[in-house]
Design a binder for this molecule. Structure first.
Ligand SMILES: *[C@@H]1O[C@H](CO)[C@@H](O)[C@H](O)[C@H]1NC(C)=O
Ligand SMILES: *[C@@H]1O[C@H](CO)[C@@H](O)[C@H](O)[C@H]1NC(C)=O
Length: 326
């Protein structure tokens, strides 16, 4: 299934809708994301609505008439479209896209913005001769992943377990050899390099394939470490924008609750229900305390982000250390 999809991912034609911030961040969410094992499963609600400018559901199909896009049954069964759409409560600028076979369907006009695909997975090959492991060595075909790809959130465990990494300088990507298997993959450094390439060549943005394959639970390091590295690579402003938007949406959430609770107090006072009015007063006070605490934390975080941005932003992960350490 992967051949066409992956080929078309490398360079995509994306239709532009309203975009805030400089770069498109097209995040793919695959239908099977919620079905992955244990730590790897990613529910739509656990996607960070501020990581992306576009959220693409992969994949829809086109019906026999060639005019209507159809969701796979699994999307409907899990109410995925609605659940993804509710992420817009956190980021109203988030564009929802249905991805059809690796191409974007959108009602807006088409525009040819180049978007660089950044894979969140490795590719495994069975070596013809385990003694010949250089890039370009003959392979018999796919390795143990059967051509499906190995998520970064699995590869990180192998590296932490001591698998030795090699590096291909021309492509700026790592690989490793395990027995007769050769695995090329991306790490924090290589996705950073790719994002920097997008920024320095003024490309349209990045396509992140797929969110659920990132270490989104922070099992091998920081939560969402690959996605954050991409954001840092796109430029200091992108990360500062991310933090600003994220902070605002967290404040908005509490402020909405404060408004709601104040209305409830008004209502219960009007109907002279003093028990409930008093309970809601206590809730309001708690919310106001929460907001004050949050604002305090956010101010500190904001100062750190500003200071770091002035100093050139987050350091690029070093080449001479394992991609993930225990
Ligand atoms: C790989 O190298 C080892 C040690 O030099 C040798 O014994 C073995 O026959 C080689 N395997 C192949 C498939 O060439
Ligand atoms: C006050 O409101 C609560 C919740 O609606 C209700 O259960 C309770 O009976 C009310 N008390 C009085 C005194 O009206």
């Amino acid at each position: 299934m992967n051949t066409i999809i992956l080929a078309s991912l490398l360079v995509l034609l994306v239709s532009l809708t309203e975009i805030h911030g400089e770069f498109i961040k097209m995040c793919y969410y695959s239908a099977w994301a919620a079905y992955r094992d244990g730590d790897q499963a990613l529910k739509p609600e656990d996607v960070d609505a501020h990581h992306c400018t576009h959220l693409a559901l992969a994949y829809g199909t086109i019906d026999a008439s060639g005019k209507r896009v159809k969701f796979p049954d699994v999307f409907e069964d899990m109410h995925l479209p609605e659940r993804m759409n509710s992420l817009r409560d956190h980021n109203e600028d988030l564009n929802m896209v249905l991805s059809v076979g690796g191409w974007m369907m959108d009602s807006e006009a088409w525009s040819n913005m180049l978007v660089l695909g950044i894979p969140y997975y490795g590719r495994s090959f069975r070596l013809q001769n385990p003694n010949m492991t250089m890039p370009g060595a003959p392979a018999l075909g796919p390795g143990s992943d059967g051509g499906e790809g190995i998520p970064v959130n699995k590869i990180c465990h192998l590296i932490r377990g001591g698998v030795q990494e090699q590096y291909i300088p021309e492509q700026k990507v790592p690989y490793f050899v395990m027995g007769d298997e050769w695995v090329g993959f991306d790490n924090l450094r290589s996705v950073r390099e790719k994002a920097m390439l997008v920024a320095s060549n003024h490309l349209g943005g990045v396509a992140l394939w797929t969110l659920d394959q990132d270490d989104h639970r922070g099992v091998c390091g920081e939560k969402w470490s690959i996605t954050f590295e991409v954001i840092h690579g796109l430029g200091r402003a992108e990360y500062v924008d991310y933090v600003a938007a994220k902070q605002e949406s967290l404040r908005t959430l509490i402020n909405h609750k404060i408004v709601h609770t104040s209305k409830e107090i008004g209502y219960y006072s009007d109907v002279q229900n003093s028990t409930m009015a008093a309970r809601k007063e206590a809730e309001l006070e708690q919310l106001q305390n929460d907001l004050a605490t949050l604002q305090d934390q956010q101010q500190k975080q904001w100062m750190q982000v500003q200071r770091s941005a002035t100093l050139g932003g987050k350091a690029i992960p070093p080449l001479d250390q394992p991609s993930w350490k225990l």
